[in-house]
Write a protein that binds this ligand. Structure first.
Ligand code: FE2
Length: 277
């Protein structure tokens, strides 16, 4: 079974490349299930229901978020009627929406997607490790779920690596989001979970974190904000992590990053190329 996770979409540049490329990637490389982090897809801040629908129409089976989940206030309402939308599972109880959901993949398999948020240099939500532990006890891999994808939205690489090892062998993949820069540490952990500290963003890399670079540079220089952050609109890069799993166990057999377009070096997973239509 073939999984793809696409990192944080920033603004129109990120949305456009997903809409342009994803349908073809799904077809050409026979992708069974696609998750996208969409928390910066609406002008860099949050996600609207119509953008969520655009991402679903492009091929997203689930759309995860993070600290910007509620930037567009409508999300507090549409999260209840859009099963594809996930917010971090470790928000306090009573917060709208879901942090985990079970989906049907194109090959008929059941895929559990869990979105959690780190606490180091982030809002102090409930413990993400306990939240994941509880969720995986309720829906273990091989029982109710054929594959499990965890988007751990966090700032600190240490917390992400700790989560990777904490979940190793219990989920198909743990992929980090939020820093908007792809890391080169993708690998399969000792007990079979695919891991990457950060998938990177999907947007214009000629920017600061996907935002037009002038204002962030000025703020570092002068400590005064002179205008709003606006998403950079140059040539975008689509960034993500591809994982092939063993259908019998749900564990990873191959993992490589995907980088397509824009200012970063191109990388199509070699195991995709070998089986291309
Ligand atoms: Fe974030």
């Amino acid at each position: 079974m073939r999984l793809l996770f696409i990192g944080d979409i920033v603004g129109r540049a990120g949305r456009t490349i997903v809409q342009d490329k994803l349908p073809n990637l799904i077809e050409r490389y026979q992708l069974d299930f696609v998750v996208i982090n969409g928390e910066n897809s609406a002008g860099g801040f949050g996600i609207t229901e119509s953008i969520l629908q655009d991402l679903i129409d492009a091929g997203a089976d689930a759309v995860t978020t993070g600290n910007h989940a509620w930037d567009q206030r409508d999300a507090l309402v549409f999260c209840e009627r859009q099963p594809a939308f996930l917010r971090p599972i470790n928000y306090p109880s009573g917060v709208p929406g879901k942090g985990a959901n079970l989906y049907h993949a194109r090959n008929g398999a059941s895929v559990l997607v869990v979105n959690a948020m780190g606490r180091v240099y982030m809002d102090p939500l409930d413990c993400p490790f306990n939240a994941l532990d509880k969720e995986l006890d309720a829906c273990p891999m091989g029982d109710f779920a054929d594959a499990i994808i965890v988007d751990f939205h966090a700032e600190a690489t240490s917390e992400k690596q700790a989560m990777g090892y904490f979940l190793d062998g219990r989920v198909s993949m743990v992929v980090g989001t939020h820093t908007h820069a792809p890391t080169a540490d993708h690998r399969i952990l000792p007990h079979g979970t695919a891991y990457m500290s950060d998938a990177g963003m999907t947007g214009d890399y000629d920017s600061v974190l996907g935002m037009d670079k002038d204002e962030p540079v000025q703020r570092f220089l002068r400590k005064i904000s002179s205008s709003r952050y606006t998403p950079a609109l140059g040539e975008p890069t689509l960034c993500g992590l591809a994982v092939d799993i063993d259908d019998a166990t749900g564990l990873a057999i191959a993992t490589e990053p995907l980088r397509l377009g824009g200012h970063l070096s191109r990388h199509i997973p070699s195991f995709w190329e070998k089986s291309a239509n």
